[in-house]
Structures are given as structure tokens and as C-alpha cells.
Design a protein around this ligand. Sequence first.
Ligand SMILES: [Zn+2]
Length: 265
Amino acid sequence: MIRFMNLFFIIAALALSITSSPKVYASTTVDIITFDITDNSNATPKDEEAPSAPQDVANEKIAYFTFDDGPTSDITDQILDELKRLNIKATFFVVGKEIYQKEDILKRIYNEGHSIGLHTYSHDYKKIYSSPDVFLQEMQQTADYINEVLGTDANIKFIRFPGGSAGKLNQEFYDQIKSAGYTIFDWNVNLEDGVRPDATVEELINNAKIVSNKIPERIILAHCNLNNKNTVKSIESIYEYYKAQGYTFAPINNNTKEFHYQFDK
Ligand SMILES: [Zn+2]
């Protein structure tokens, strides 16, 4: 019986591999065989059980919508309206200098229960990546400004590198970031609306289905810059797509595991 089950699962895994990408195949095979060996013998294989995808048995499935580069007038508001309509809480990685004269929008983000993260003060790559000290100083400056506007003493520690951390982090820089108490959030889903703000809604939705790193979470990068006019129109479909796969949407919080790209030590 056990042998039959082994054979059954291997066949199921092979069958699944034909329709899956090679990456998925690798971990699916391991997961299913592991299940078979460790599970008790009274588990009866049923047709519908065999092809379960790894994420079904993995950790809790959480998706994080993240919007960078705001607050901006109009676009950030539109996104907030849509999130409210769909009852989704998201995370906004704000740029310090953008808060000026858009204080009400920052307040709205906060009052409507979204998370706020730091995305430097200037967003000027030459400046922020000139040294770790400048980078960290801009994060702190932004956190202070947010507190001033919101009248809070929130200790905002979620940060996102403009352009992502790839090619910018090394061990020393990382240690400095950790000493300052920050948690880094790169992404594994990218609407590509930052590099291509003129992409169609359909393109944005298709981009959002591509997962670049197989952590259990889906950290979805989107933007709320003035030129991101189509992003708001893609939110509902992306939400439905991940919801149908069993994901729950949440704002980044203290329980969210840090995610940054690998760097050379
Ligand atoms: Zn940015």
C-alpha cells in the first residue's frame, strides 16, 4: 500500500510537472514526497488531493499591496478610494519631500488604517546612494516629518529602497540598517508601473501574476505617482486573482517577515 502511494504521488508529481514551470516542479515534487513519507498510513490518496500546489500546504498566504512614491495629489486619493471600496489595507512607502502640501493625503492614509513605510526623503538616487549615512539620514528625516504631520510618535521602521535593494546592499550597509532598527521590504511581484507608467491596465494585471521569488508572501510593488493613471484600475483584478488563490491582503506590520534581495557578503 505504502509503495503504491509512493508511486501514485510520484506519478502525480510528474504529471503536475508537465504543466508547471521547472521551478514549481522542483519544490512540488519534494513537498509531495515529503508529505507521503511523513504522513500517517491512513491517509487515503484521492484524485483531487494529489495535485495540491505547495502553497496550499505552506504557511499562511498573505499578500501585501505596496504603493511607492506618494503621497501625490489625485492619484494617491484615487488609490485610497479603491482600497476603501474593496476593503483592502495596504502599505504606502512615502517619499519625505512629497508630503509637503499633501499632508492631508498622508493623514488619510494613516486614518484609513494603511501602513506607512519610508522611501527616503529626496528619492534622488545620486544623493541617497552616495553613502549609507545619507540613506539612513533621509529615512529618519522622513520618519520625523511623518510624525510631525500626523502628531504621532510612531516609530516607523519599514523601509523600501528606491529601485530595490539589489546591487546596493552589502553586509556593512545591512548591519547599519539593522542597527538603526529598520526592516527592509523589497518585492516579489511587480506591476512594472514604475518603469512603465504608460502600461495598459491589462499589462499591469498580467505583470502582477508573475512571481519573481518564491517566498510564501506576495509583496506587490505598485506606484502612486502622478503618472500612474492605470494602476488604480488594475487593483481590483489583482486583488481578485490573489484572493482566488487563497491569499489574504494585509498591511505590512511588525509580524511581517523582512524581505530583501540576496547580496554579496
Ligand atoms: Zn520609488
